[in-house]
Design a protein around this ligand. Sequence first.
Ligand code: FAD
Ligand code: SIN
Length: 521
Amino acid sequence: MIKEKTDFLIIGSGVAGLRAAIEAAPHGSVTVVTKDIPTESSTEYAQGGIAVALSDEDTVGIHYEDTLNAGDGLCREEAVRLLVEEGPERIIELISWGAEFDKEGTKLAFGLEAAHSRKRILHSQGDATGKELERVLIQKVRSVPNIKREAFSQAIDLISEGGTCCGAIIARDRRPVAMLARSTVLATGGTGQIYARTTNPQVATGDGMALAYRAGAVLEDMEFVQFHPTALYLPSAPHFLLSEALRGEGGLLRNVRGELFMKNYHKQAELAARDIVSRAILHEIQKTGSDHVYLDLRHLGDEFVKKRFPRIYSTCRRYDLDITRELIPVSPAAHYMMGGVKTDVEGRTNLRGLYAAGEVACTGVHGANRLASNSLLEGLVYGKRAGGSAHKYALPEADLHKIEDALDFRPLPHSIPAHDEIRGDLRRLMWQKVGIIRNKESLEEAVEGISKWDYILEKTFLSRRELELKNMIQVAGLIARAALLRKESIGAHYRSDFPHKSEDWKKHLAFKRGEAPFTEG
Ligand code: FAD
Ligand code: SIN
């Protein structure tokens, strides 16, 4: 097997990975591997924007409170404090690197999204904020010496021994390469693809969480999956996101009878928290015997909608839908993973040499439900922190030598017959049984159904689709088990058989390979 060395290995090139790479680069060689083209990531598709307490009417204290409220009591307060306090500095830095956010006159323009008590969402080109972040960060990465980028290179497994991680096995042109590293940063994003309906791009298959779990890292809060209330619902179209910012600007939800309904569910109506709006939509869908509701922007005016949401307008036009004149059919879709690889506020996992940042990580910043537009900020703040730790706590070369000699990775030429069918079955099972509303029966069916594919977890693959399927099965199993174990409703986790919080709700469920699930405070 080919063996290569780098000081810092970063897996993933979204906001978290790129920001980590920039931080680590002055201290040694950095290799950023990514399994698709460099920009393919959730970051690239982020629409609404990036939350930051920079407006005259806002303070970091109010941003902190809003984040804790959205998290429904389960946020780790120190992690939130650092997010909101360091956020403004990270944004000003990004602007100094060339990021352009929309302005009103000479001042930055701030949008509103659900559960924010102030207008605090910076956006770019209306609804293309993530694209602007990727553009600026990639440009910065290119300008920094020491950073090597490898596209179409997928991390298969971590190289680990005795609680220490020394890099990863990478599939490069379907050949395994052992990439030894003094620090390894997971920045592989989320898990949306394990659901039949998702706003997430194809790359979001939970790889980082699965790799970390197999290597002995602790995963936490896996039951908390955020569903976005409004994804496009057209038979031939993808589940394209219709940003919450549309409702922030006055967009309304109507059922198929044309009735407004959100005021019947919550006093904040269209701007209630995402889990409340998603469940309200499901209820209206059931009540009216339909499969969608409508988002109505017709009263906002043609010019305003086209100018404020150019990407959403033009994407819907491609599907023959004029959002300025027609009702938009929408339904919820899996959107964001609050749980993930447990880290401290420095991005450190329980494995020496392994760090995680961004959606793959669970710093506890989002608790049981993420405040909208906090994740891009998290990527910047905790990407930088993880990159800094990668340097500060880098393993001595001796650790790499020890493991290098013992390295042996010989994948058998495995292949799973009909793996795309299994993928479809898994995604449907998760949507139907571990979706917005869960209960004991549905979750037990899911756990049992997923365990039928356990044989796939024992195999090693080199093809992207099969590797992804293996990781999806691994992560789906953990989500279903966590959801079954948490016998209560809290944040985004809603159990119809336990609609309220239990007495000992203030705990985090954790999983470590080879051990029984455990709880932490
Ligand atoms: P990503 O940006 O997803 O990057 C992950 C990277 O890892 C990719 O480069 C991927 O190719 C790579 N990768 C994955 N597995 C492997 C592997 N095995 N080997 C090598 N590389 C791998 N959040 C906000 O704050 N504001 C918004 O407006 C917003 N809008 C959103 C809109 C959409 C449609 C979506 C899907 C999400 C949105 N979010 C938003 C959430 C936010 O975009 C993500 O949480 C955030 O971008 C995640 O960043 P990341 O760097 O952790 O991961
Ligand atoms: C959106 O624009 O609605 C997505 C924002 C987010 O997920 O934070």
